[in-house]
Design a protein around this ligand. Sequence first.
Ligand SMILES: [Zn+2]
Length: 382
Amino acid sequence: MKLVTLASLAALLGVAAFAQNATKPSASSGKTLDMYYMDMEGGHSTLYMLPSGQSILIDTGSPGERDHDRIMAVLKEAGVKEIDYLVSTHYHSDHIGGVEALVKAIPVKHFIDHGTSIEMDRPVVATFQKLYEELTANKRTIVKPGDKIPVTGTDVLVVTSHSKVLKTPLPGAGKANPFCAGFEPRDESRIDPDNPNSVGLLFTYGKFRTINLGDFTWNVEKDLMCPNNPIGTVDLYLTSHHGIDQSGSATLVHALHPRVAIMHNGQRKGGVPQTMNTLFSSPGLEDIWQLHWAFAGGTEYNAPGRFIANVEEPAAMAAAINPPPQPADAPPPAAGGRGRGGFGRGGGHNGPAFLIKVSARADGSFTVTNTRNQFSKTYAAK
Ligand SMILES: [Zn+2]
């Protein structure tokens, strides 16, 4: 925040200015809000192409060529020549890893974040924070709940930032949340403390609503959703925190009442039975789409294959489900490479990667497509 001038802060942070620009789209415009959920191998990057032609990229995956190349390919496919807003939910390497490479590759007009990391005692974080402030000088906005990203035709509302949450209910929302009663707090003392600081955004395009809360964690979900639900319901929920069970309580998910969940899990990150069970039991949930087949879930807790964008070779899956007996003198499995220890701790593969694409219309209907097999499903307006 140090490098942001007072004048630019006033210009960029003014809530009034943020609030004025969002206008209601015409339901007959025929335009779509297009979302590209990229495979970051258990990290995160999602591109939102607004009907106005403006672009919002949330997060940039892990460092290195793999995720950068995938992001650039999607930007090219979507016809993005410059990014209007780059939102960094928080400062973990599976979310901000590609910022520097991205800025070198394509113009970014504005940067959005939650403020300085609270992990500055970690040398790698302090080093990145200094670089980030240089990269974003005079183009950076630190947001708080209730702020809006000033785009045209789509309402993009900040609902969480720096562990603060939206308290003023949205029109039609604010009723008591019945799923608060069963909430059980977690010991989060061992969770990386920048996760609950995640910038969370609610997108509203006509009747369509979708939410992306970054790695917002379990206990602060209660702060957001209890005792009253200030958000109401959404059509599409991006599973918080990659589908790890440190996030995604029923208090949040069941109250949001999504029709569809997309999980940006890795092979070995997220997709755990508890998270999947919360989704399976979520009232009104029609389908779960996954960026990866999750080893943690096995056959019982993964979505049907046609809803999964990246499926590792069947032999590997079979081995995971039913490991072959090891000879007594077998060497231990090699560290690194596939599985634990890769970027973002999600494992990963460097070959072709497929994404999940969503096109939403102002009448509330939306179509989800798995680009691996072109399986596509339209959820009709209600
Ligand atoms: Zn993460």
